[in-house]
Design a protein around this ligand. Structure first.
Ligand code: SAM
Length: 451
């Protein structure tokens, strides 16, 4: 059996005598709740974790996150193993029971939980959530998997089960068989913790202090699983968390000092902080008041300033100030970020993408209205689908002959040229920088409005 386990120590088992009601502070019970709610597709894993883990000790919160991450990343494998031993009952308990078993298999096969703790705590969980009559079945199914070990149907690999067929299909069509498989496998891994350092001359200092490495593009990379608020420099606002890929677009304007630059979809503010830290007068626009609160909090913590506008960026007032640069980090299906958001695997991202395409187009048109002649427009998405990246830019250029591409060069990325396309855009794949922990998938193009 391949070693599928992740290095993680679980919290101790709960005492054997459990109350007959759901223990609100039991991370396994909370994981079940999240797994049930996430199926609605209307709320993300991050939102649910924020909602349910409030007040939990950090050890339990970490376990909750790990348990849900392992379950969602390996759901196809877990279900394939359950299929061999378990038929859901024909009653309204079916989805709850299946979710309980999924959490049990995730602990048994993909986490460091001891077999004994994985099985006993799952049986207790079943009992505590009103599945008394199925505790023997839960025990038998998990003991069967423990006995037989990890194995999949002949000729099937894990990534084929874990990544939905439609997404594998799109990636295969776009990137070819081998790259699509590599993208699937990389997307099922866990991302490292990437930091952007506020003061550019302090990157080496903070890399050393935080025991990180410096990527060619300037990001400081740490091992994941650390409590961010406890790290040196957090309270002083010396850095913020931002994936290495996401940090690139805001670095690509040719000038910052004294320049006005819009960040049209700004929350939670990673790119706004970059623009401000480089000396630009940044105008952060976002339509979500709740998410903009995080922009204010982040700006305050890192002691940077920006103008903040709450509202739909496609509907800004006609007299909104004109700018030297516009950054459009458009809402998208986010399929490049599955490593960080494994719930994307459950979503109908294809439908989501289709609903977002017109918004991305409108945002580009708005950027044109805001930009002074000679100004730069940077468009990016964290999607791996060309419809949300390459195709949007191609059609914008076709409709706006006054714009030209300004190719991105390896020199601007610390010499890292692997992701630059022949027409000078960036197409970053989760397989890039694989030997040092990979990248989020991203697309980015830079255009100039002719003077
Ligand atoms: C990809 S996230 C932005 C991440 C952000 N740029 C950063 O680097 O931290 C997309 C954001 O777009 C916002 N958004 C979506 N549609 C919008 C619109 N029409 N106008 C303004 N903001 C919008 C969402 O609220 C969300 O915060």
């Amino acid at each position: 059996m391949p070693n599928r386990r992740r290095p993680y120590s679980p919290p101790p088992e709960r005492p054997a005598a459990q109350p007959a009601t759901l223990d609100a502070a039991d991370p396994r019970a909370l994981a079940l709740k999240v797994l049930q709610e996430i199926r609605s597709g209307e709320i993300t894993l991050d939102e649910l974790l924020t909602k349910h883990s409030y007040g939990l000790p950090s050890r339990d919160r970490n376990f909750l996150r790990q348990l849900l991450g392992s379950t969602l990343r390996h759901l196809g494998e877990i279900d394939a193993m359950l299929d061999l031993r378990y038929q859901p009952p024909q009653d309204r308990t079916a989805t709850r029971l299946t979710s309980v078993l999924r959490l049990g298999v995730a602990q048994l096969l993909f986490m460091e939980t001891s077999d004994h703790a994985a099985i006993d705590s799952t049986v207790s969980l079943a009992r505590n959530v009103g599945l008394h009559k199925y505790t023997k079945l839960v025990n038998a199914v998990l003991r069967g998997i423990q006995r037989d070990g990890y194995h999949l149907p002949d000729g099937i690999e894990a990534w084929q089960l874990d990544v939905p067929a439609w997404l594998r299909g799109v990636w295969k069509k776009t990137y070819g068989n081998d790259t699509a498989q590599a993208i699937c496998e990389a997307s099922l891994g866990q991302a490292k913790l990437d930091l952007t350092i506020r003061d550019h001359d302090q990157i080496a200092f903070w890399a050393d202090k935080l025991d990180g490495i410096i990527l060619p593009t300037g990001t400081v990379r740490l091992e994941s699983g650390q409590r961010i608020r406890d790290l040196p420099g957090y309270g002083d606002g010396a850095w913020w968390v931002q994936d290495a890929s996401a940090s690139l677009p805001a670095k690509l304007f040719s000038a910052y000092d004294g320049k006005t630059i819009y960040d049209l979809c700004a929350a939670p503010g990673g790119k706004t902080m970059q623009l401000a830290s480089r000396g630009a007068s940044a105008i952060a626009v976002d339509k979500s008041e709740g998410r903009l609160k995080r922009v204010f909090d982040n700006l305050e913590r890192v002691r940077l300033a920006a103008a903040v506008v709450t509202g739909d960026a496609t509907d800004l007032a006609a007299d909104a100030p004109r700018a030297d640069g516009v950054l459009v980090d458009a809402p998208c299906s986010a399929t490049g970020t599955i490593r960080r958001h494994p719930d994307i695997l459950l979503r109908d991202s294809d439908r989501l993408m289709k609903s977002l395409l017109p918004i991305q187009q409108k945002l580009l048109q708005q950027a044109d209205k805001l930009l002074n002649p000679g100004g730069e427009l940077i468009y990016c998405t964290c999607s791996l689908q060309p419809d949300e990246g390459e195709h949007q830019i191609k059609s914008f250029l076709a409709d706006h002959p006054g714009y030209a591409r300004k190719p991105i060069t390896a020199g601007e990325l610390g010499g890292w040229g692997e992701a630059i396309t022949p027409d000078g855009a960036l197409r970053i794949l989760p397989t890039h920088m694989a030997d040092i922990g990979g990248m989020d998938g991203f697309f980015c193009a830079r255009l100039v409005k002719q003077g």
